[in-house]
Design a protein around this ligand. Structure first.
Ligand code: CA2
Length: 170
């Protein structure tokens, strides 16, 4: 069942991380930084809390598990942040799942794939993403949380008086 904008405001941000990201902080710090994924999760929870929001955070080495999480997000998430890691460049299944999500999807990367090997220049995920934030390490995640908070913020309702004035002027 589809959810409307009002319902989605009370929901958490779903953050999904793909294969090998569980090893962050142990190898290649010059590319991916020194923070562990656990540390990034804590920073994300704090940043979401600063907007009055919560997160559900998943890391999986299995494509099918990521697909199931994304299917759940269709009705349970306010928006989705995805670092599909290596699946970014290969997975039609993850793209199909993302295309079924009506809420904003932001693609994130710790490194800047466009500045690396040619095979990292193509992203299936990007076709379904509202925006892409890459190359800023853990800040890519934090800026994506800010983006979802802004994109899904409650819009102030115009009072009938303001509406009337506008109509009178027109
Ligand atoms: O920069 C990113 O966030 C990536 O999504 C990371 C993926 C890579 O395939 C993408 O092109 C860009 C690789 C994740 C591998 O994770 C590691 C964790 C610790 C040490 C080495 C790799």
């Amino acid at each position: 069942m589809a959810i409307n904008n009002k319902q989605s405001r009370a929901l958490p941000i779903y953050i999904v991380n793909g294969p090998n990201l569980n090893l962050l902080g142990t190898r290649e710090p010059e590319i991916y930084g020194r923070a562990t994924l656990g540390e990034i999760e804590k920073l994300c929870a704090a940043r979401a809390a600063s907007h009055g929001l919560t997160i559900v955070f998943l890391q999986s080495n299995k494509e099918g598990e990521m697909v199931e999480f994304l299917q759940e997000a269709r009705t349970a998430a306010r928006g989705v942040i995805i670092n599909a890691a290596g699946y970014t460049h290969t997975s039609v299944a993850i793209l199909d799942s993302l295309q079924m999500i009506k809420q904003p999807v932001i693609e994130v990367h710790l490194s800047n794939p466009a500045a690396r090997e040619d095979f990292r220049r193509h992203s299936y995920v990007s076709r379904a993403a509202k925006g892409v934030i890459a190359g800023l390490g853990q800040d890519s995640y934090l800026l994506a949380i800010d983006a979802i908070a802004n994109l899904t913020a409650a819009k102030p309702r115009k009072s009938p008086a303001v509406k009337k004035k506008k109509r009178a002027r027109a």
